[in-house]
Design a binder for this molecule. Structure first.
Ligand SMILES: [Zn+2]
Length: 343
């Protein structure tokens, strides 16, 4: 079921570097502590360390007894952390702002897979580079396909600009419908419960709480979009990543690039989009955090359409960005689309 894609190095794992920095800093704190002779000072430092450890991210507090989980990209990692909470240690292969379609695994990724009990994947042909990575790691780790049970969306004739490309292929971006995200989360819960039955109650409770948030999110998306007339709900994005979102929330998305970012958009597809924007008076085009913005800037300048902002399709942002979690990503995308279409 997996296809191999052309390899393009795009991955920078800032989180692991952050962890190393924390480890170095913590070693420095220990040497200060050892030199301190005053008892009161020592007590103060201990208190300080306790506070610091309480505010450090879970990933910085390595605990070998936690369930070791690898997620192929940042959105799956966010689901896994919400389900697993403090009981899991999640390693993300394609980190924030990375492109999961085209990725060259590193030796550190193979090591993470060797140490993992579960590898959570999207499936639907998204991670073409993964089978080779798992094989090279020599691990027989359990692979969890988070889209199990989701009805796959086939790319339809109307959304293909060059008709010879991709028609009938499966769209892997199933997480863009919040109802599908709920299925991802349930699959991840079931996998964690099987792998670590001692903490089953925790995984189930965490999942119930998170599913309630996703149900609220789904209602909120519909509320935000409700005032926009359906004939105005037309959006141009860079790659065809919003098919499930479009189907769930009644929006038309057009993209010059296919369901994978692996191939460059063709000149004639860009020309088709430019003509369509002019003919249908489409008000805004959107950039994506994982794609080169130049194409959309060119389309905007040739059509007079406004740049509606940046949408997040396949990747979260770092913590200080506008979409550091799945819920924040969907809220950001809907706000961005609604404000561009309502103007
Ligand atoms: Zn994509």
């Amino acid at each position: 079921m997996f296809r191999l894609y052309r390899d393009t190095p795009v991955h920078v794992d800032t989180r692991r570097r952050f962890d190393l920095d924390l480890a170095r800093r913590s070693a420095h704190d220990m040497s200060v502590w050892q030199k301190a002779c005053c008892r009161r000072l020592r007590l103060l430092i201990l208190l300080g360390l306790a506070v610091a450890s309480a505010i450090l991210p879970a990933s910085a507090q390595q605990d070998a007894t936690n369930l070791q989980v690898v997620a192929t990209f940042s959105i799956l990692a966010d689901f896994a952390r919400n389900v697993g909470g403090d009981q899991v240690e999640v390693t993300t292969l394609v980190g924030p702002n990375g492109d999961v379609h085209v990725y060259t695994p590193t030796t550190a990724d193979a090591e993470a897979i060797r140490n993992a009990r579960l590898v959570i994947v999207n499936g639907l042909g998204l991670e073409g580079w993964l089978p080779r990575l798992v094989k090279s790691s020599g691990s027989n780790v359990t692979t969890v396909v988070a889209t199990r049970g989701i009805a796959p969306r086939k790319v339809a004739a109307g959304e293909i600009l060059s008709r010879d490309r991709g028609m009938g292929s499966v769209d892997p971006h199933a997480w863009q419908s919040v109802a599908n995200a709920e299925i991802y989360v349930a699959n991840i819960r079931d996998a964690m419960v099987s792998a670590d039955p001692a903490n089953a109650a925790t995984y189930r409770a965490n999942t119930s709480a998170y599913l309630a948030k996703l149900e609220t999110l789904d209602r909120d998306v519909r509320k935000v979009l409700a005032p926009i007339p359906v004939e105005r709900r037309k959006v141009i994005s860079t790659h065809n990543a919003f098919g499930y979102f479009a189907a769930a929330y009644d929006i038309t998305f057009v993209a010059p690039q296919g369901v994978s970012t692996e191939t460059e958009p063709r000149a004639r597809d860009v020309a088709t989009i430019i003509a369509q924007i002019k003919k249908e008076k489409i008000p805004a085009v959107f950039l994506e955090n994982i794609s080169d913005p130049r194409l959309m800037l060119q389309v905007a300048s040739e059509t007079g359409a406004a740049i509606g902002g940046t949408l997040h399709s396949d990747s979260l942002t770092p913590k200080d960005g506008e979409a550091p979690s799945y819920i924040e990503m969907i809220r950001h995308n809907v706000r961005t689309i609604a404000s561009a279409l309502m103007e």
